[in-house]
Design a protein around this ligand. Structure first.
Ligand SMILES: Nc1ncnc2c1ncn2[C@@H]1O[C@H](COP(=O)(O)OP(=O)(O)OP(=O)(O)O)[C@@H](O)[C@H]1O
Length: 227
C-alpha cells in the first residue's frame, strides 16, 4: 500500500468557527492503481491532495505513505519522504521558459545531487515514456499545452516515486487531449507501479481510472471500481 489515509479530519479557521474541509476521510491506494477523486469546487479535493502530499498536517487521523506513518515526523523527515517517495503533477506545469524539456527534468535531479549524465539519461527515458522523445530539445513555447502537461508528468517521475499525486491535469486541455493525458497517467501507473491519485471536477475523462471516489463537503464516498 503506498497511500493510506485513515479517519483524516482537516479544518481551517473560519471566523469564530472552523470549516471542515475533510471529514473523517479514509482512502487506500495500492501501488499500480489509479484512483480518481472527483467532486465539485470547494468539496475538499485540493485539501485531500495536500494532506496526501504531507504538505498539510490533518487535525486528526493518520497518513501513511510508502509504508511510513507520518504522525510525529519532523519537517526535515517529511521533506525527505517527499523527495524519496512522492511525485506531484500540478494543474499548470510551471515550466521554466529558458529550459528545454530535458533540462526541466534534469533540474530536478541536480537539486537531488545526482550525476548529470545519469540525470540526462533518465530525463530522456521519461520523455520517451510520455511520447516526447522528439521534443526533448524544445523549450516550453515550442510545445503545445498537452505536451507541456506531459513534461510536467515526466518531471514528477524523475525521483521514481511510489506515490504520484495529480491535481486537475486536464483543466487547460480540450476533451481529446485531456482524455489522452488521463490514459497516459493510467499507463504510467501500471507500468511503473505507482499509487496514483488524480483529483478533478470533470468526470468525462475518467474511463482509464481503476477506481473513482467521490468527495462531497469533505466526505469521501468509498471508491467504486470504474466501469
Ligand atoms: N487555506 C484555507 N483556509 C481556509 N479555508 C480553506 C483553505 N483552503 C481551503 N479552504 C476551504 O476548504 C474547503 C475545501 O477546499 P478545497 O480547496 O480543498 O476544495 P476543492 O474541491 O479542491 O475546490 P477547488 O476545485 O475549487 O480547488 C472549501 O470550503 C475552501 O473554501
Amino acid at each position: 500500500m503506498s497511500l493510506y489515509l485513515s479517519d483524516v479530519t482537516l479544518t481551517y479557521p473560519d471566523g469564530e468557527d472552523r470549516l471542515t474541509a475533510l471529514d473523517r476521510v479514509g482512502l487506500e491506494v495500492p501501488r499500480g492503481t489509479l484512483t480518481a477523486v472527483v467532486g465539485p469546487s470547494g468539496s475538499g479535493k485540493s485539501s485531500l491532495l495536500a494532506v496526501a502530499a504531507t504538505l498539510v498536517t490533518p487535525d486528526t487521523g493518520t497518513v501513511t505513505v510508502d509504508g511510513v506513518t507520518t504522525t510525529g515526523m519532523s519537517r526535515a523527515e517529511l521533506t525527505e519522504l517527499r523527495r524519496r517517495a512522492i511525485g506531484i503533477v500540478f494543474q499548470q506545469p510551471h515550466l521554466l521558459p529558458s529550459l528545454t524539456a530535458a533540462e526541466q527534468l534534469q533540474l530536478m535531479a541536480s537539486i537531488d545531487g545526482r550525476s548529470p549524465a545519469r540525470a540526462r539519461g533518465r530525463a530522456l527515458e521519461l520523455l520517451d515514456a510520455v511520447g516526447l522523445a522528439a521534443q526533448a530539445g524544445r523549450r516550453p513555447h515550442q510545445l503545445s499545452g498537452g505536451q507541456r502537461q506531459r513534461v510536467g508528468i515526466a518531471r514528477a517521475l524523475m525521483n521514481d516515486p511510489t506515490l504520484l499525486l495529480v491535481d486537475e491535469p486536464t483543466s487547460a486541455l480540450d476533451h481529446e487531449r485531456g482524455a489522452a493525458v488521463v490514459d497516459l497517467l493510467a499507463r504510467l501507473t501500471h507500468e511503473r507501479s505507482t499509487a496514483t491519485v488524480l483529483v478533478t471536477h470533470d468526470r468525462t475523462h475518467l474511463t482509464a481510472a481503476d477506481r473513482i471516489a467521490e468527495v462531497r463537503d469533505g466526505r469521501l464516498r468509498a471508491p467504486a471500481t470504474a466501469t
